[in-house]
Design a protein around this ligand. Structure first.
Ligand code: ZN
Length: 72
């Protein structure tokens, strides 16, 4: 299924003031960008979270949160 990655540093987009990896944390609604974030791959898509507890919540009901993400 999914794999959990530790916080990565690949968030540097190269352009200042812009973060290509800025993503919304679908669990708590917080923007998670290049700073420490947790990535979880679900159905081939990478979701990013601000904390492990958010990842855990996502893992319980991933489909619910995926739906919320695609509505955005
Ligand atoms: Zn969160």
């Amino acid at each position: 299924m999914g794999s959990l990655e530790k916080p990565s540093r690949r968030g540097r987009a190269g352009r200042s003031g812009e973060d290509a990896y800025a993503t919304k944390n679908v669990v708590c609604g917080m923007e998670v960008g290049s700073y420490r974030s947790y990535a979880f791959i679900y159905q081939g898509r990478e979701y990013r979270f601000c904390s492990l507890s958010c990842v855990e919540k996502f893992k319980v009901e991933p489909e619910k949160f995926c739906r919320r993400a695609s509505e955005d």
